[in-house]
Design a protein around this ligand. Sequence first.
Ligand code: NAD
Ligand code: TYD
Length: 368
Amino acid sequence: MSYEPQRILVTGGAGFIGANFVHFWLQKYPGNRVVVLDALTYAGNRASLLAAESQPNFRFVHGDIREYDLVSSLLREEQIDTLIHFAAESHVDRSIHGPDEFIDTNVIGTHVLLKAAKAVWLDGGPCPHRFHHVSTDEVYGTLLAGAPPFTEGNQYAPNSPYAASKAASDHLVRAYHETYGLEVTTSNCSNNYGPYQFPEKLIPLIIGNILDGRPLPIYGDGLQIRDWLYVDDHNRGIDLVVRQGKVGDTYNIGGNNEWTNIEIVRLICRLLDEKFAGSEAMGIRFPHAPQVSGSIAESLITHVKDRLGHDRRYAINAGKITAELGYVPVESFETGIRKTLDWYLDNEDWWRSVMDGSYRKWVELNYA
Ligand code: NAD
Ligand code: TYD
């Protein structure tokens, strides 16, 4: 039997995946109430939600998931039945330089949400509800070349402070189900890409740096492997898990799409070289790009010091969600990466505006 969400609270809905999720959900379920709770950290951007803001069934609340009174009164006041939890500190490099925020938001914040959900949905007499926790494949640690991809049965072995904080939050979610009967589901997804991704992450960073003629930093030898999934394919997976997933279970979501970092960077270089070759307007818009002076994007590739504790390979076995819930990603990497590139070209104002704030300051402080 399938669960039917009616009134959902999306934490972290102004971030990359959360914003894409809100657009996906409002389009697919226009009759649902969608409330976003987001603290608008450097990674949260209300401009990512513009298309939703005009809809009467949408509400944005600027606030922190660590505020128990705020969360519990929001759940009551909006009669929320389904909570989709994206809010997190999400960048591995930042977690290496400053882990505290990761523990505060990812561990304490998730616990506050669980406590509030339990109080509102269980303590006054149980009512239909679902708490979906969005997690990552990084909790499983790293894979050797040729080792089988992660299944839900893999032992947790997080290596970065980010991954460890997500692993801790996964355990808390599980414990609230086992101990109190909170109806939870969890998904562990591989690397996402697509519109609205903050340009500190590999794919949008490379796009922006090529367009502005800046070096393309490749950590170490660039042969680390990630399993890339288009963001709306992740959202499709979450939708299936929330509606049809087994309560208390976790589901891996992935695209069966492993690439080394250097291959991804070379692909983006080639696609942008083609764009410059096919349009004079590109050179006028982006005068610092290497193509304008007759060079190619790959000339910007620069190998830099490796990330501390850098995981060598992530890969997801999505067999469980496919077999149980019929999950199949619809976007191929070829179509997804072209869509993403076009989105960044069409939304230059968005990525420039998110980059000229605190992100720059942080980069200066940590990489001076
Ligand atoms: P993001 O960094 O782009 O967005 C995070 C959002 O959370 C931002 O809008 C931020 O303002 C908000 N936020 C942070 N702290 C908050 C707080 N204390 N209270 C309220 N809001 C707060 O992250 P993302 O890439 O969209 O990732 C979303 C979720 O998906 C995270 O839980 C992440 O661990 C998980 N995930 C991400 C990926 C990926 O490739 N990006 C892959 C698998 C899982
Ligand atoms: P990232 O987008 O930060 O995601 P994650 O660390 O969660 O996988 O990085 C993806 C891969 O790209 C990772 O192996 C680190 C690497 N990388 C670089 O080589 N250079 C960069 O400037 C960045 C941001 C990442």
